[in-house]
Design a protein around this ligand. Structure first.
Ligand code: KG4
Ligand code: ZN
Length: 339
């Protein structure tokens, strides 16, 4: 029997993406069209503009992914699409498109959770990670810690109570008029800065929870900016940004360490857009090394939103169902993670 193929679509926020994945998880194409330029003048994603851009981009992006894979639509055995969480108008574009394709070709369509798919991006090419896995998903919309006893088994053990880490980076960059998205801009400007120059106290949760909070760090950063008269041209800017970036990294990894102490996982995963950050990657590798734990860190392209991660999780679900594939096209978008 020839190998089966799946077309995956992701449109939850401001990237339109389509990927073709074979059932052995070989990624034949993973086309990502970013809307950064559209949202940059506003310093953040404008939901209405995002859905309009997805509408324009979805057909050419899907066509390009099929061309790159060298396969026609009719060769797809399954369709998979991000069902949530995300911006409702953006999600609906991908979801409606995928449902339409599936209906026309009379094939199953699977709704996939975006945050769980971020974790799956770490398993692509790393099928050897021992469970339980402790996974930190850190992006512009999410900052959550998951404990996975086994594949497809997700237990949230910590989540942000306010801003996501990437959102905090984006907002500070916006406040200083540095550009959008803020994470990569801050990384570049902070490269040669002294991370010890501006002290940032880390948030303390009153209970023993593993939740995150970034709004206090953001407020402290804005206070430093005002008190030190910093602006985008200040000589102290690299030191300030390195200090802020390093505080975000310490806050993230502090919870990873505490969660590892409580749950004794056998491996660690770091994923999501902020996992592109080199300071975070280096500190995460060091933490894993100190504990003697194997770890997975997706390549930068697989950290930010992409459809390959959606397709990879879809295949896991199909394989777990052992042939009993849900054939329902009755999928609704969900803007927030179900509790
Ligand atoms: O996963 P993603 O593409 O979208 C969401 O699901 O939110 O993540 C986007 C986030 C943005 O906040 C962006 O600033 C951040 O990832 N980001 C980074 C870097 N590259 C992207 N943050 C820090 N350093 C980077 N190099
Ligand atoms: Zn994401």
């Amino acid at each position: 029997m020839s190998a089966r193929h799946l077309l995956a679509i992701e449109s939850s926020c401001d990237e339109t993406s389509a990927a073709v994945i074979r059932e052995d998880l070989e990624v034949l194409s993973n086309v990502v069209l970013s809307q950064d330029e559209v949202h940059a003048p506003f310093g953040g994603v404008v939901p209405e503009l995002a859905s309009r851009q997805h509408l324009k981009a979805i057909t050419p992006v899907v066509r390009e992914s099929l061309l790159t894979a060298g396969l026609p639509l009719a060769a797809m055995d399954f369709f998979a699409v991000t069902q949530g969480p995300g911006l409702i108008g953006s999600l609906l574009v991908g979801l409606s498109f995928a449902k339409g394709l599936a209906a026309y070709h009379d094939k199953p369509v699977l709704g996939i959770d975006h945050v769980q798919a971020h974790i799956e991006s770490a398993f692509l090419g790393r099928s050897d990670l021992p469970f339980p896995v402790l996974a930190l998903v850190v992006s512009g919309g999410h900052t959550s810690l998951f404990l996975m006893k086994k594949k497809l088994h997700y237990r949230v053990v910590g989540r942000t109570r306010d801003d996501a880490a990437g959102e905090a980076l984006d907002k500070i960059a916006k406040f200083l008029d540095l550009g959008y998205p803020g994470g990569p801009v801050i990384q570049k400007l902070a490269e040669n800065g002294n991370p010890a120059r501006f002290p940032f106290a880390l948030p303390r949760m009153s209970d023993r929870s593993l939740d995150f909070s970034f709004s206090g760090l953001k407020t402290a950063a804005i206070r430093h900016v005002r008190e030190n008269g910093l602006d985008r041209n200040a000589a102290a800017l690299p030191d300030f940004l390195a200090s802020f970036e390093s505080a975000v990294v310490r806050a993230l990894l502090g919870n990873v360490v505490r969660a590892a102490d409580s749950f004794r996982p056998r491996s660690l995963v770091l994923c999501g857009g902020v996992a592109r950050n080199s300071r975070l990657r280096a500190a995460f590798e060091k933490t894993a090394g100190e504990r003697g734990l194997p770890f997975a860190l997706p390549s930068p392209k697989l950290c930010t939103d992409n459809a390959a991660m959606i397709g990879a999780l879809a295949w896991e679900k199909i394989k777990a169902k052992k042939g009993k594939i849900p054939f329902s096209r009755d999928l609704d978008a969900y803007p927030r993670s179900p509790r």
